[in-house]
Every structure is written in structure tokens, then in C-alpha cells.
Write a protein that binds this ligand. Sequence first.
Ligand code: G3I
Ligand code: 9MR
Ligand code: ZN
Length: 581
Amino acid sequence: MKEPTDEYSRIVFNLGNTLDGKELPIHHIYIDNVVLTLIDDSNIKKVEEIVAPDINIDQIGFKPNEKKIAVLRGENLADKFNVVNAENGEVVFTGELSQSFENAMAGEINRLADFSSVTKAGKYYIENETAGKSYTFEIGDNIYGDTFDKVVKMFYLQRCGEELTENYAGDFAHTACHTDMATVYETGEKVDVSGGWHDAGDYGKYTVAGSKAAVDLLLAYQKNPDAFSDNAGIPESNNGIPDVLDETRYQLEWLLKMQTSDGGVYHKATVKEFPQAIMPQDEGEVFLSPVSSTATADFAAVMAVAYKTYLPIDKAFAEKCLAASKKAWGYLEQHDILVYKSISQITTGAYGDSKDTDERYFAAAALLDATGEQKYADAIKKFTEKNIQLSFGWQQMGAYGSAILLTSDNADKIDKNVYANIKKAFIEEADRLRDLANSDGYMISFGENDYIWGSNMCVANNAMFLIYTAEITGNDSYLSAAREHLHYIFGRNPMGISYVTETGSASPQNPHHRPSQVIGKPMPGMIVGGPDDDIEDDFVKLTLRGQPSAKCYADNAESYSTNEITIYWNSPLVFLMSEFM
Ligand code: G3I
Ligand code: 9MR
Ligand code: ZN
């Protein structure tokens, strides 16, 4: 739990909201030290209007035979709760709440309502005499259908370099953007790096983050191909290829343009500085920042996974990806670590990283899985002599390497002891995550330092970890723990909101996402970053100090550290959802 440190001595006074009898949007003037910060907080009212019930529930719902739990908050709650049929008001189940327990991360006293025995398909809500009613939710076999399509289609809506037409993009249609040649900052050379997906609320394109997004979708398809349709509503729909593969190919084609003639890969393609809220086609000249070894290694990895995924679909494209992967590997063999080189005039996102062993390990694993060539197994042995942090994050990517190896047909090429150690470490980390989830009031695998920038990505990443472990061990307790993470994302969380835009009963209305800000409504299907108790942007510094970790979230477009969206926060969610469709 972080103690609030008050860097600001501030005077807050309210101007009131009428002038000559005319209603004004509410403004506060915050005087911090000598800086006068005027924040348009008129949309705070919208946030206050979403007063979450005291019964937190997955606002999408539950499959008929899974564990079904709601989290109630409050002291002196009535002991009993009802499950009510939302269509006819009939009480279908009455249960007893669990013992109450203190939840420091949420700053709440909680009790759980277990209604797993209710299995009949339908729409329901939970009611308790003291806590009131929950949002309505569904029990059924196909509860994720259109939500999943929204989460997958978000990538189409993030496309760069082509016109998004109204019949596919609706209000988020726009003309083609960033189609001009980019400039290599150090040499002035012009390069075509058009295409791919915008990273997030900004329009930058970053190789490290963009590789994570792509590989999550490819691994999700490899693991659960039947979860993916050919009619998610993109231009390539109904072409006989699952839309997720059409969409990911759009990103891969851009990534291929980011590779230099000697095999290295540029770290990012962005404008010089973040603009205010504008549409993408209005953004200026794009510059390429220097090659980094983390970008090159992530590129090598995703291209090797792409080879394996597209081989049965488009052999020529698959082989193009493998050749690019091997070329990037060759570059890595010739170069030690090349960290992200920050150029002072280019102040966009960094995706910096002081180590590249985990990325190189990931690349070696993907290339071994794709080719079976012994040299990659030998490289893996070398990498595992160093400490590799096992996570599916954009900075520590070791879990990708281990998950690929532990599910590979070519794992026999690895030294038996090395393999045993890789498996042991993976399961030990999964046990740590499962134990955390089993002791957390909202059933996610978080400790007190896990509410960081992009914490909702970590929720989905940890669920990925548990899903892979269930496959590797055949032990379904990991799968059950993973499933509870989905319920957190869609509403069973201390904020009481479904963290994915335009899903459930209450979802983010003001994401930090330039098209949403310009058009004035949230683009659908985007998971927001979620609580970050490091209090990292000006808005939350003025509004969230002292909040418990799990409530350090603000549904405000100014809060990019808690309310932005990214392609690599949506991608692990796609992986997670596809397992439980
Ligand atoms: O991992 C450490 C953790 O160990 C430590 O306890 C904690 C508190 O010090 O810090 C954690 O590091 C955080 C890091 O993200 C974790 O990945 C940093 O505080 C945090 O500042 C950092 O934020 C990154 C942010 O850019 C600022 O650099 C986010 O991960 C990253 O998702 C975000 O990426 C931006 C792009 O630059 C631009 N496009 C939008 C995108 C999303 O906001
Ligand atoms: O929009 C930018 C977002 O993508 C980044 O995550 C964030 C932190 O790097 O910065 C945002 O841009 C803001 C900039 O940092 C400060 N000036 C206002 C910009 C728009 O909010
Ligand atoms: Zn663009």
C-alpha cells in the first residue's frame, strides 16, 4: 500500500457554477505552489454519476457450470442475499454471505455471495437488504459473443495508413493517416513504414509494444482457433481466413517495414512530440528512432510465431516472416544489448528496457519451435544461465519463451536439465500467482506492488500465465484461478465498472484516446489501463491521492496513467477471453 506523499500544498476553492444566472460547467481552480492549474473537470460529474452498487459483479456474466461469486462491500451487511430473475422478479436462490474480511487493497470490508448452484440460463441480479441491488448479468453458454467481437475489432479501429470507412468504423471512420515516408532521425533517410496499428491513445507505432500485441493474438489463435470468427466486421471478413489472422497480418506487414537492411529493427515510428487531441490524419511528420536490441529480438520472436501460424494458410508469407526472423537473429548474434536510444527532440513513448536477455530468450524459443534447429536450443541453454523474469509484460517477456518451449514439439532439442529447470520455474511462478488470487478479496493475482500503470494488462497477462500452466500440468485449478481474472475485468472490481469501453452496465466514458476525445464518445472494445497507485499524471495527482491501491483509477481523459488504452492491453484480454468463449 502506498502512503500518500503530498508534493502539493494546495488551496482548492469552487468558483460556483452560475454567472449572471447562467449555468457554467463546474470548474475548480487548483493553486499548486505557484503553478495555476486549470483542469476542465466538468466530466467529473459523469464519473460521480456512475455510483457503483455495493455489490460488485461481472457485468457480462457467468457460464452455467462455473463458480459464481459476487463481492459485497460494507459493514453490518444483512447475512442473506437473493439471486433474482431480472425478467420476472422471481427469487431463484437465497444464500448466506461469507464471513466478512478486511480488504486493504480496496479499502473495504467485504463479504462474498456464492451462487454457483444457479445454472439456468437467463438474466439476473443479486440483492441484499443492506447493500441493495447489483447490475444485471447473464448466465448462459454464449455470454461473450459480441463483447469478444468488440475487443477483437478494436485492432481494426486502431489501424494506421489506410482509410477506415464508415461501414466498418462507424463514427470512428477517418481518412488514411501517416502515409508519407518517415524520416530516419539520425540520417534523414526516407523510409516507408506505413500501416500497422496505432499504439494507444497516441498514434505512435512502437516495435516492442506492437510485437507483444501481435504475438498475443497469434498465440491465442494457436491455442483456441475455434474461438475466432471470419465475421468480426472488418474489410477482410468472410474471406475464408479468421479475421484475427487478417488483422494481425496488417500489423506484421508494418513490422516487416521496420527492419533495416542489416536485420536490426527500428525501435519506434512517431512524431516528435505528443499532440493534443486530434484525429490521426491531422498528425505531422513521423520519425524513426534508432534500432534497439529489444525491438529486434521481439521482432525475431513474433515473426517466428507468425511463420508457424500462417504456414498452413499462406506459405509464401510465412516463409517471408521466417526469413526476416532469422535475419533479425543474425543481427542479435552480431550485437550486444542496444538499449532504446532516447533522442531529446523526440519525446514520445519510450518502452525503455535495461536488459534484453528475456527478449533474446523469447526469440530463441520461438525460432526453435518454428524450425527445430539445434542452435536455438543451445542459445536457450546459455540464456537460462542468467535470471530471466517470467512475465508476459512488454518489458519482461521471459514467460513467452518458457510458454512456447513448454508447449513445443521441438522441446526435445533442449538439454533435459535445462528443460526441467524451465518447467519448474514456470510452475513455481504460477503457484505464486494462484496463491495470490486465492487470497485476494477480488480474486486476482495481485500483491501490494502490482497496481502499476497498465495494471489491467497485468491482470490479463497473469491469467495467460495460469492458462498456460493448466495446459502444461493438466491441473485445472490454474484455469479456475485464471477465469476469476475475467470477472474482475468485466466488473467484479473495487471500482464496480466493466473496464472495457461499451461493455456491461457501467464502463469507461472518457478514455485517454485521441479519436474518442475528438469524436466525444468512447470507441468500443478497449480495455483501459486501470488502477495505478504510483499516481503518475497531473490529473490523478490532484484527485486520487490517498485512495487505496485498487481505487487509484479515474475515468477522465486527462488521466493517461489510469485511463488510456493500448493494443497490448487488449491483446492479452483477447487471449484470456478466447480460452473461455
Ligand atoms: O515495474 C515497476 C515496478 O516494479 C515499480 O514498483 C513501480 C513503481 O515504481 O514502477 C513500475 O514501473 C512502471 C512501468 O510502466 C511498468 O511497466 C513505471 O512506474 C511506469 O511509469 C511505466 O509506465 C509506462 C508508461 O508508458 C510511461 O513510460 C507504461 O508501462 C507504458 O504502458 C506506457 O506506454 C505508453 C507509451 O509510452 C505511449 N503510448 C501510450 C502507452 C500507454 O500509456
Ligand atoms: O497521449 C500521451 C499518452 O499516450 C502517453 O501515455 C502519456 C505519457 O507519456 O503522454 C500523453 O501525452 C500527454 C503528454 O505526456 C503531456 N502533454 C499532454 C499530452 C496529452 O495528454
Ligand atoms: Zn496513423
